[in-house]
Design a binder for this molecule. Structure first.
Ligand code: SAH
Length: 357
């Protein structure tokens, strides 16, 4: 019955990673190989009902329908920028809404997913945190964003080739669902997106960096650093008071040691705050000896915030100083400006009934 499948009291079937689904099947006296068939229906054929999983027994289809729902996200708006970037506003079952962005490059399409409704980290330059945290997303709600993006790309016969966990929310503040999501999109029977094409970014919740290192996923990992010193970082990112820059660097070293992977430091340039020669030199010193790459982000306007964007000329100067110190550095290409889809501009929306009265 369709009503059962959208029943929000139930767990989203998209929240179960492959191993968890296998375990569920075992508990329900079903053979393990059914997990492959179910994943095929969910992620390759992308069915919208359990009834449609025609190679499963009627009994198993009923069991699935009795236990799970097939999360769907309602598209409230879909905006397209001049550069092809698409921004979706999706409504969740409880009336909250979230934003998801698809960036189009000549080398493929990248989806930027949201992990929470709002955010409690409080970075002083970011729109996503303005209303605080409303709730965590379930893994299935994160997976569903990629599925919806893929459905939209199906229309032009293109595929999602990479995923960045850089939308609304702090992924490490919603850790287990994040990891389930990563496993599912990476799984060959899931969306089969290669680990090297998946990037997670964190504001730096230190214990979770250790946990994440121990997952030994071969994904790309980015840290929002934004400052060379504790003093400046605390002003930009209050999280630095509880999770200090020194301890952050220790965690990063541990991560690199465990995974063998190079990490990325994101560094937004805020005019007069962290964009001077001394800051570039301080940054080079701070990260000396760490296997990393620095991504400079020209700050994006957030209506409620009055940070100023560093001039192009000064961004190049900053880059040059880092290069002179042997740092691997790039400047982030900007996309989706005209539809407020760039870094730091995504917002979670309140429940419709509250805002519209
Ligand atoms: N919470 C995670 C994921 C967000 S990723 C994190 O903090 O890493 C989004 C990236 O955009 C982060 O590096 C964030 O610091 C940065 N960002 C936020 N607001 C911005 C703004 N106004 N201009 C430029 N970058 C911004």
């Amino acid at each position: 019955m369709i009503e059962m499948e959208t029943d929000t009291e139930k767990t989203s079937i998209f929240s179960l990673d492959f191993a968890t689904l296998e375990a569920w099947l075992k508990d329900h006296k079903e053979p393990k190989f059914r997990a492959g068939q179910i994943f095929d229906w969910l992620y390759k054929k992308r069915v919208t009902s359990f009834e449609g999983m025609t190679n499963l027994s009627k009994d198993l289809r009923d069991k699935l329908a009795n236990n799970f729902n097939l999360t769907t996200l309602k598209t409230l708006t879909k905006q397209e920028a001049k550069d092809g970037t698409i921004k979706f506003l999706f409504e969740l079952h409880d009336g909250y809404s979230i934003e998801t962005v698809v960036m189009r490059h000549d080398y493929g399409n990248s989806v930027c997913v949201t992990t929470q409704v709002g955010c409690r980290i409080g970075c002083t330059f970011c729109a996503s945190t303005l209303g605080g945290l409303k709730r965590n997303l379930q893994a299935g709600e994160i997976v569903a964003q990629v599925l919806e993006a893929q459905r939209s790309l199906d229309e032009v016969e293109e595929r999602v080739s990479s995923v960045v966990v850089m939308g609304i929310g702090e992924p490490f503040d919603n850790y287990d669902p994040l990891v389930a999501f990563l496993k599912t999109i990476n799984h060959e029977k899931g969306l089969n997106i290669g680990a090297r094409h998946i990037t997670v970014s964190t504001s730096g919740i230190i214990p979770k960096i250790y946990d994440f290192a121990n997952e030994k996923l071969q994904i790309n990992f980015a840290i929002s650093l934004h400052a060379p010193t504790a003093e400046i970082r605390s002003k930009l990112m209050p999280i630095n008071k509880a999770h200090s820059i020194e301890k952050l660097m220790d965690a990063v070293r541990y991560y690199i040691d465990k995974t063998g992977r190079r990490i990325t430091f994101e560094y937004g340039l805020f005019g007069g705050v962290n964009d001077q020669r001394e800051h570039a030199e301080g940054l080079a010193k701070l990260i000396k000896g760490i296997k990393c790459h620095v991504n400079l982000i020209p700050v994006n306007d957030v209506l409620e915030r009055d940070y100023v964007r560093t001039s192009k000329e000064d961004i190049y100067k900053f880059e040059k100083i880092l290069k002179a110190h042997g740092v691997n550095v790039t400047i982030r290409r900007e996309q989706g400006h005209d539809i407020d889809a760039a870094c730091g501009q995504l917002r979670a929306k309140e429940r419709k009934d509250e805002t519209r009265g």
